[in-house]
Design a protein around this ligand. Sequence first.
Ligand code: SF4
Ligand code: SF4
Ligand code: SF4
Ligand code: FES
Length: 698
Amino acid sequence: MAETVKLTIDGRAVEAEKGTLIIEAARQAGIEIPSFCYYEGLKLQAACRMCLVEVEKTPKLQVGCTLPVAEGMVVHTDSELVKSARKGMLEFLLTNHPLDCPVCDKGGECELQDMVFRYGAGESRFTERKVHTDEQQWSPVVYFDAPRCILCYRCVRICDEGMGVNALGVGNRGVIAAIVPNHHDHLECDECGMCIDICPVGALTSGTYRYQTRPWEMDHVGTICTHCADGCRTTLGVRNGRIIRGNNRDRSGINGEFLCVKGRYAFDFTEHPDRLLSPMLRTENGYEPVSWAKALELVANKFGAVKARNGKLGIIGSNHTTNEENFFLAKLARQGLGTRNIDHHRTGDLTTFFDALSGRNDALATTAELYSAKAVLVVGADLSQQHPLLAFQVRSDVRHHGAHVYTVTRGPVREDHQAAAGVRVEQGGELAGVESLRDRLKSEGNLVIAFGDSIQGESLRKLIAFGDSLGIPVKYVCLVDYSNSRGAFDMGLIPREGGLSREQMLAATDLDVLWVVGSNPLKTAALSSTNAFVVVQDLFMTETARQADLVLPAASAYEKSGTVTNVCGEVQKLKQAIKVMGAKTDLEIFGLIAKEMGLDLGIWLPDKVFEEIRRTVHGYNVPMPVIAAGGAAATAPLNGRVAALPGAIESAGDTLFTSGSLSRYSKLLNSVMEAPGGLYGNQGPGDRGQGPGAGGRS
Ligand code: SF4
Ligand code: SF4
Ligand code: SF4
Ligand code: FES
């Protein structure tokens, strides 16, 4: 038990852990000490002096955000002296601050406005003309209005400490001191918007959101980001049926306040003018819109006829669709259509992973454990590019807990800046690199190993054996690509029991039907069965959709309810934020096709399907209250009973700025200049989403 001290704050007896700062001890006791520069999790700055308190037996007011509690200390946070100091500080902060609250983008959410309302004076002794400088645009998403800045340095610290980017600094001194970007007049950075989010005032504003609405005019819908596999919770600001903001300021979910550029801004694909809004049937005159009734009848007749004559059906599912959709599709395929030919674009070798773990339920690291582990080993992956949240967790673990990071990668990665050791290897040399760290890893208290797609098959078994041989507790993360890659596997979108893999389906010359749901396999491969009837469900006319006989317009993750499972195997709930007229959720499409075919596969409401998943899918009997409340529930691995599968396993190599074809239809992601080719990616500017199977929602 940690040593505690007893003190008095505002006449109240308080007990706090030794070393606790006065501001925190007061918060724990329910007493607010106002602050601007103090921010939990960031280094202390002591810049704003809003947190001044009176400590008995000290000659002057003390800074509550840097002074630790001491035995017998008597603190006053609300004395006349403190109140007048606060008023003075606010008056000072407003010296050059434009009092443009009625038109400021931060109005209603501004900490300075709130502080002045609570503690400030309505008048000022400063009558001089305010220093003014013009607003600057630093990137498509970051705007800076210097006069509104109160120099709290939160933005500088979150960019440096939290993001590991260090793109912001301070230029000049005194009254003309101002935050400056890393490239003279513009930013070259992750474009994550964390600096905007953390800014207490309207100095940093978001290019996508600014001046579109007042915050209270929006509905705030908590759901899960649809891009990478990390599963960040995001609160979407919705107004008039449009998503206009993404953030997670309520710190709900596994990511706290963290969101990367994709989660924060790349929701704009939902309103791209190329969205499919009606079923499209290929005719002699090209594609023509048809009604849903006609489209469903056509699909049901075609599928029914092929089934009746024992024809060959192949289904390629998605790693963006929900668990419920994937589960229902697998059931529809196996029970309804009588086919085992079902697969998806697999981006990590979960088959071997689960088999090698042999049903050990404690071997999957959670997102939280990447923040609490004593050591983290990253093998064959560029975590900051491919898994921004996991990378953020690891950075925070190093800063807050002194964790050790080890990297075994093909080139330099951001994690190297903090790494206890970084090993560079050629492709295929990962295991030798890992082995070279054996002695150092053995001396760690515990370890999380996160590995990319180059570790598969025998190498993966050897990696798990290596972890087991260290003699310390080891947990693993098999890094897969997309928002429900893990759920697609767990729900059975895999060619079990002799079914054809994705590659085999495309190569077969006798397929009668190819049904592609939210994936774009024909972007990089050809379909050999030239007579197959091709049905595609997607948001856009992808390369695969352009080869379809019938295209069905599908809803995106922001337009549906259900659950998804992230890279760490944690289940979270999606909540519908908007509705796009004309499109249907994939689950509804599956249900309607089943109905049209006269198949009885049960109710296709997400909650009902999830109940069935909890009953029947190993490891998914997760506690409902956790999920219903917006939390993440860890699943157990599939119990080592997955036999080896045919087909390829390959990451699409997306980077921080790409996300299969969703990024092709995100104006915002296409407008930022960075978009680097990742170490493990094959994307650069102008080469987005070119990975195998990339595009569609894959
Ligand atoms: S957008 Fe992100 S990376 Fe860029 S300056 Fe702000 S915090 Fe730093
Ligand atoms: S821009 Fe905002 S976060 Fe950065 S120092 Fe100024 S007020 Fe603080
Ligand atoms: S880290 Fe992944 S899940 Fe989180 S916001 Fe970024 S893309 Fe979305
Ligand atoms: S909050 Fe203590 S000095 Fe800013």
